[in-house]
Design a protein around this ligand. Sequence first.
Ligand code: NAG
Length: 733
Amino acid sequence: YFSQMRPVQSLNSSEFIINHIQGDLHSISPSAGFSGFKAGETKVLPIRADFWQLSEVDAMPNYYLVAPNLQPVVIASTQLQQDPETGLEVRPYMVAFNDEERQFKRSPEDNLPWAKANVIYERNQDTPDNAELAADSLLPTPLHQELLPEQAPVDLKKGISPVFIGTQRAPVAAALARLARLGVREEAAGVALELVSDPSLASEGYRLDIAAGAIKISAAGAAGFSYGLSSLASLLDPDSLQISAMRIRDEPHYGFRGLHLDLARNFHSKQLLLKLIDAMAAYKLNRLHLHLADDEGWRLEIDGLPELTDIGSKRCHDLAEDNCLLPQLGSGPDPDSAVNGFLTKADYVELLQYAAARQIQVIPSMDMPGHSRAAIKAMEARYRRLLAKGDSKGATEYRLLDPEDKTQYSSVQYYNDNTLNVCLESTFHFVDKVIDEVTKLHQSAGVPLQLYHIGADETAGAWLESPACEALLAADSSIGDKQHLGAYFIERVSTMLASKGITPAGWSDGMGHVRVDRMPAKVQSNSWDLLSHQGHRVAHRQANLGWQLVLSTPEVLYFDFPYEADPKEHGYYWGARQNNSRHLFNFMTDNLPANAEQWTDIENRPYSADDRAGVQVSEPLRPENRIAGIQGQIWSETLRSDELVEYMAFPRLLMLAERAWHKPDWQVPYQYQGAVYNADSGFFSAELKLAQAQDWYRIANLLGHKELKKLDLAGIGYRIPTVGARISEGRLY
Ligand code: NAG
């Protein structure tokens, strides 16, 4: 058995056959022509697979053998071997790829250069190494900053002595603790640090005055004080602990500054989550979208539905799926692998509180109605168990499938059994139960559940031949026809959430199908449509509905994509292959159409004339409808370790924070958009390009001279911009 994300189309062999099982799981078995193995014999099985095979993630590890009287045994594993070409320790399944440059291209027109060291070097040659550029600068960049050169700097080696005026210590305890970790401890004789309540400031805004040998932070509440202290930490050079005298007046550009982490595909530890939350707080991110259920796993304990985590949180070789889900994503058959696991109720409550103490709202998500295989398999096992006990009523209480449904479908990830049946009352009963249990966990944490993410993406054409659906459509003519059933589910669950005082959120494709008049007024949509597929139009249209539109643009904000186009650089690459820090830094979030001209598609071709023509007729974003914010996405199909999550998230997360918090002056203002649409308008003038580059030089030096040191102190294994640099440590794969 083996995981192969690109489905195998054919096998050139007279001795074996390959079968697709579910998702990426395939089997190889001997055919009638099998002649057996002589001792030590190797047989090579050349396969042809769908799409491209350009990077090491196209092969998953942990091929395993199943035979009578034998526990499943891994035969092609993740043991390190030395790559003869580079001398690096690599996994054997990586070595097969891209020994020649031509294999690197997706198509003959693909002109994205392989990001070898010289390519990266040349691309960054303009950026000076100049610590002066970073001096007195902070990340994310504040709204206003005025240096006071006539005044002496403060020396924080002496420590700080905080005083609270109209406010308290508790809400900023975490921010003070971070300063202590950076070497600035609380000392009675330390630099005076006044925290003064000022209700006239914006809810997340603050003022920071460093003058006359003392520090004063004014804010309206906990968020502002925390951000003031984060700014202090950001100004610190961890070596000198000195800060120049200055005045800062600051507040964020976007209210929604999010990070998304997928725990479903491969589980990740609570320790990693705590570390991520700390880092988010350091850079003023304020939303953590936790993807807790998908086809390959259910990751949150739910009272009353133990099967969800008993069965749905682990993958092992149980073809009946009575005890676990099928192996996927290279998990292999080991039920004790670290890719399995779930958050207990206590873990989740702890995370909610830890995040809230750092001004971060957790957004739980169980993807539905597609991407729901783990829930379905767990509830089918429950059905069989209760039926066996003679409890036929209990058996169907939370059933998610219509057993008579004859629909044939295949999801984007090649499952034909991953979609809830939206015509069963038991399905809505299940969703309601899950939402109520999650709500209770939030209540016991003292952190109200404000936003719940339904998912709603990539729903395959399920339920079209379900008798339950035919009956429902006949009984309730308001639903419409079969094509509306997906929308019906989203509308109904959204309404259910709104009636509980919870704002529904979903991915833009699913949200694009609903009838707006059947939705609650307050809705969030995450726009993940590719810019090269006119994603800006969807974003504008949905923002213009008055919805909270969060940009999750894959070509910039998918952190499961590689930083650089190199076969050994980790990550899926269906939408982009070069999501590096500078690229994200350059993202003009307030002016998506401008990006359509600026940017190239995945094959490094400029967006086509058709795309630009589309831009011209695109619905403009009305001034009253702002973009609510941006979010970085860490999908985890290929991230089998916590270390790899850190590698994929850092340092680009710092650029996410910069774009989420700070609106740079090189962003073309909205009113110029009319001109922007014409490629020859020269809207992105030489002056603007220069302003953007100079802003980047400052940020790059901040990273190199200050921020990476802080990541080191926090024990974060960030990527350094040399392809494969950390592979040799043997930790990542
Ligand atoms: C998309 C899927 C997601 C998957 C990701 C990988 C969304 C909204 N949906 O196809 O489940 O993990 O790509 O890059 O992104």
